[in-house]
Unconditional design. Structure first.
Length: 394
């Protein structure tokens, strides 16, 4: 019996060439957002005929003992890694390069260090980004909100923020200004009426100005309670989702500003434009069906939708199967398809499906391949092993 190993992970760290975890399999499939592999492990996998699909692939030369550090680890002068290769699948802060004396190499997602630290003498550094901040600044690795308690948690110094600073409360800004606190950030989100008075406290790469009379939220999904909770004027700093059966609640707003993407049914466009605007629009027809993983539809479900006048817009990240009883006429229940993965369908339905595709990063396959692999149950079968993990380490 053919033995298959499927590894699905956000990050795959493939570094231990001595491991026998991958032996004994006839085929190996690795699907990961990012892959970090030593040259020896990568060559070994290629020799085994492994399939590696990744948004980011890093092949690194590893020598010496591997030391894996947790994300947001800090390198200080007192540390010793002589003869070691450092792996950090996250943020690595380097306060003093003396702590890296004798390392054989470094891999990190992002490396942060003050401008006084010179890393030119450190060999073998691989990082998606190197970020330099002022020596005397207090480093923040994520965004911060300056609320009424900010005067307690923030020191009287300059704060360098790798993210957004949200400043919406006048009382908090008054206290911070009296303490001489200042900020440098990627984006400043501030009420328009506060900026003129407090602009000297901030240096930012970009700005978002929130109207003084609008409530503020990040991402939000519209429902009956939204206008009741926030009032008729709402500023959405992130994305707005309008489900097909909640679009009538747009009538509860006199002003709706969306700085991200507004996703809504086409039928809601007129009502949205009457009260709002967005930086980006994503319009869908009928019912939006988003799949992250695996889903199926059969003949009965599709015929019921047609009888009720329903159409589906499909957004697939993974596998979507139209089962063996689906006919060409059933595909009338599908408005459009965007797929990052695989679609399975019987031969008679595949032609009409192609006409519904807006985009596909993957394949349309015969439904027999789906049913043979899992008997139509979505469960792995004998001879196939699956590992699903946020981070897979070898």
């Amino acid at each position: 019996m053919k033995k298959t190993l499927n590894i699905n992970a956000g990050t795959a760290l493939l570094l231990n060439e001595q491991s026998d975890a991958l032996l004994g399999f006839d085929s190996i499939n690795i699907n990961a957002g990012s892959v970090v592999a030593s040259r020896k492990v990568y060559d070994k996998l290629v020799g085994m005929g492994a399939s590696i699909n990744s948004g980011s692939m890093n092949i690194i030369e590893v020598a010496g003992e591997i030391v894996e550090l947790a994300g947001n680890s800090v390198i200080t002068a007192s540390m010793t890694f002589d003869g070691c290769f450092i792996i950090c699948d996250g943020n690595l802060m380097i306060e003093d390069a003396k702590g890296l004396t004798g390392v054989t190499g470094i891999y990190a997602n992002r490396i942060f260090h003050p401008d006084s630290v010179d890393l030119n003498a450190v060999k073998g550094i691989t990082a998606s980004r190197r970020i330099i901040y002022p020596e005397k600044a207090k480093l923040h690795l994520s965004g911060i909100t300056l609320g009424d308690d900010a005067h307690i948690v923030l020191e009287s110094t300059h704060h360098w923020v790798h993210g957004n600073v949200t400043a919406l409360e006048s009382s908090a800004l008054e206290k911070l200004m009296l303490k001489g606190v200042s900020f440098q950030c990627r984006k400043l989100i501030i009420r328009a009426g506060l900026y003129e008075k407090f602009s000297g406290m901030f240096k930012a790469d970009s700005f978002v100005f929130v109207p003084d009379d609008h409530a503020f939220v990040d991402d939000i999904t519209l429902d009956a309670a939204t206008s009741l909770l926030y009032g008729e004027k709402l500023f959405v700093c992130g994305d707005l989702m309008v489900p097909h059966d909640q679009a009538s609640h747009l009538s509860g707003f006199s002003s709706l500003i969306v700085k991200g993407k507004a996703t809504m049914p086409i039928s809601a466009a007129k009502d949205f434009r009457a009260c709002g605007r967005a930086d980006e629009y994503d319009m869908y027809e009928g019912i939006l069906l988003t799949v992250n993983g695996e889903e199926t539809l059969d003949h009965e479900q599709l015929q019921t939708a047609i009888a009720m006048g329903i159409v589906y817009t499909l957004r697939v990240n993974g596998e979507f199967a139209f089962l063996d009883d689906v006919t060409a006429e059933d595909i009338d229940a599908i408005a459009s398809i965007q797929c990052n993965g695989e679609i399975f369908a019987p031969g008679r339905a595949r032609g009409p499906l192609v006409g519904k595709l807006k985009s596909i990063n993957g394949e349309i396959l015969d439904i027999s391949e789906y049913t043979n692999s899992n008997n139509g149950t979505g469960e792995e079968t004998e001879g196939e092993s699956c590992i699903n993990a946020g981070t897979y380490r070898l």
